[in-house]
Structures are given as structure tokens and as C-alpha cells.
Write a new protein. Structure first.
Length: 205
């Protein structure tokens, strides 16, 4: 009896790319096994499990693919050669452009990949996305702390609060992009958000 296996044309790298786009568009819970198999050329369930083991394992691979590509837009937060204000503004503008770009789903997979965690199972699935958000949050905080240490921001600046302002805006970009708000509008809004930094750099009246 012939053994069932993956089709000879099966391209695992391409399959992970297609899965990433599906998870990005629909989220983990709403993306079905049928959708995933169809995006991979209609492979069978046994072939799917032989290739990836489970939907969760595939999701983790898809997240890793996203973080190594599209998700790099905020890595400038960790560039010590950039002035801290510039690092934050660059991260926001790059993220906005990426989230509004054509050729892939709108928004950010890190924000939208798992919209809820109703059980320990989903909390485990969401772990790499949670870790990514925490890393970005930490990057924003260290930028603000650099600004205080260098004297660019007032010594009395509450670093955690100011970082949370930028983090909240960054997370909100996904909803704006999904709702069709233009990149031009968001870019202009970023200019206004950066005024919060500027106000913290001015001596108190």
C-alpha cells in the first residue's frame, strides 16, 4: 500500500508564509484548519500534521516569521545611536507605514493575532505575541529613560507614564489601519503625539 504523504510540490516555506497571512488577517481562533490546508494547495489533514504537528506549532512558526520581517519596524527603539525621541518617532512612523501597506493584511499581527485569551490554552498560544509587546514596551521605556538621563526630558518626568502614552498609540494603530484610516492621517497624528514628548522637555511654567 502506498504511503500517504505531502505532495512533491509542497513548499514548507511558502506554506508558513501563507499561514502567517491568514493568522494575521483572521487571528488564531478564527483561522480554520480548512483555510490553512487550502492556502497550502489543498493538502490533506495527515499531510498538514506531518508537516507541522499542530495548528499551534504552525502559529508559532508564523509569528516567528512575522517578527523576523514585518515586526522589525520597532527594533529602532533599541538603537542606542539614535536620539531617544527620534527612535520613538521612527518606530511609530515605520509601524504606521507597514500596517497600512498593500500586499498583506492591515494592522499588526502582534496586536491582532490573538484578540482574547479565554483559557490557559489560548494564553499559551498568545505567549510569543505577549512577549513581543512586552519587548516593545520595554524599548519605549528605555528610550524615555535615556531622554531623562541625558537631560532631554525633565528630571521629574514619569518615564513609565510617558512610555505608556506612546505604547497606547502604537497598539491603537492596528485598529486605525483595519478601519481604513489613511497612512497620511496617521502620520499627521504621530506628529501630534510627539508633542507629548516635547511638552515634557520644556521647563515647567
Amino acid at each position: 500500500m502506498a504511503q500517504m504523504g505531502r505532495p512533491r510540490s509542497f513548499d514548507r516555506d511558502h506554506a508558513v508564509e501563507q499561514a502567517m497571512l491568514l493568522f494575521w488577517e483572521h487571528g488564531y481562533e478564527a483561522t480554520s484548519l480548512s483555510q490553512l490546508k487550502a492556502s497550502m494547495g489543498g493538502i490533506s489533514a495527515p499531510s498538514f500534521y506531518a508537516a507541522f504537528g499542530s495548528k499551534e506549532v504552525l502559529f508559532r512558526e508564523a509569528v516567528a516569521r512575522y517578527l523576523a520581517s514585518h515586526g522589525q519596524v520597532t527594533e529602532c527603539l533599541w538603537d542606542a545611536e539614535l536620539p531617544p525621541r527620534q527612535a520613538i518617532e521612527t518606530a511609530l512612523r515605520r509601524s504606521a507605514r507597514m500596517q497600512c501597506a498593500a500586499g498583506h493584511p492591515k494592522g499588526c499581527m502582534v496586536s491582532l493575532g490573538v484578540m482574547s485569551a479565554p483559557s490557559a490554552e489560548y494564553a499559551t498560544v498568545a505567549a510569543p505575541l505577549t512577549a513581543s509587546r512586552e519587548r516593545t514596551r520595554a524599548g519605549l521605556l528605555q528610550c524615555v529613560e535615556r531622554g531623562v538621563a541625558s537631560g532631554e526630558l525633565r528630571e521629574a518626568t514619569h518615564a513609565q507614564v510617558l512610555a505608556t502614552v506612546f505604547d497606547s498609540f502604537l497598539l491603537g494603530l492596528s485598529t486605525l489601519a483595519r478601519d481604513g484610516v489613511t497612512c497620511e492621517q496617521i502620520d499627521a497624528a504621530i506628529g501630534q503625539v510627539m508633542c507629548v514628548w516635547d511638552s515634557a522637555s520644556q521647563p515647567p511654567l
